[in-house]
Design a protein around this ligand. Structure first.
Ligand code: COA
Length: 176
């Protein structure tokens, strides 16, 4: 990768399906035998908390190779205050281009834009091996408690609209 061989820009409506397919390819069999992240992004775009100004795609040679999204949320402080923050992801890179620096490039770019909008914190679950390079640390170190993610029961039905892919149980997956 060199910094001239890609562009990062906002996602367009007419490429939603292409981006969902990119997310599906990125996540397939990584955390479970199949994936749900293409459905997650499909649903989150319609949520009022979705941040359209931070809905980024990465393009190389006219092809979409990466994406990242953010949602508005709050931290409820024990003293009753609320703090406006963001959650992040799914973030994904095309399988054939992983581990070449593209993920860090779109991550750092989108964090800069989030900072420009005035957000001071981003919360998410993710692989520390990747996010640690961009300055993240464990939320517990800041006294922030987290709760369970919601169920994604409709994923299987939504997935039937895409071309068939084999489900594989692989090492490193964290769900069944
Ligand atoms: C995770 C992902 C976005 C990272 O993007 P990428 O372009 O592959 O990563 P980069 O090349 O920018 O990685 C930068 C550094 O982060 C670390 N890193 C990246 N992916 C990692 C992984 N899966 N595990 C541990 N460390 C990782 C490495 O130290 C890497 O540097 P190195 O390759 O020189 O060792 C991409 O691999 C992907 O789409 N994965 C599948 C979907 C996913 O897991 N998304 C994140 C959900 S939490």
């Amino acid at each position: 990768m060199n910094s001239n061989d890609y562009a990062i820009r906002l996602e367009r409506k007419d490429e939603y399906r292409e981006v969902e397919n990119l997310v599906r390819e990125s996540f397939w069999n990584v955390y479970r035998p199949r994936c749900s992240e293409h459905y997650v992004i499909h649903v989150l775009r319609e949520d009022p908390a979705f941040v359209k100004e931070l809905d980024f795609v990465m393009e190389k040679n006219g092809k979409l190779i990466g994406q990242n999204i953010f949602m508005k949320t709050i931290i409820e402080v024990d003293d009753g205050r609320t703090i406006n923050v963001l959650t992040m992801g799914p973030i994904g890179i095309a399988p054939e281009l992983k581990r070449q620096g593209y993920g860090k490039a779109i991550l750092d770019y989108s964090l800069e834009k989030a900072t420009d909008m005035g957000f001071g914190a981003v919360l998410f679950e993710g692989n520390f091996g990747f996010y640690g390079h961009s300055g993240f640390d464990y939320a517990s170190k800041f006294g922030i408690r987290y709760h369970d993610l919601p169920e994604d029961a409709d994923v299987e039905e939504f997935d039937k609209n895409f071309r068939p892919k084999e489900k594989l149980k692989l090492p490193g997956q964290i769900f069944e």
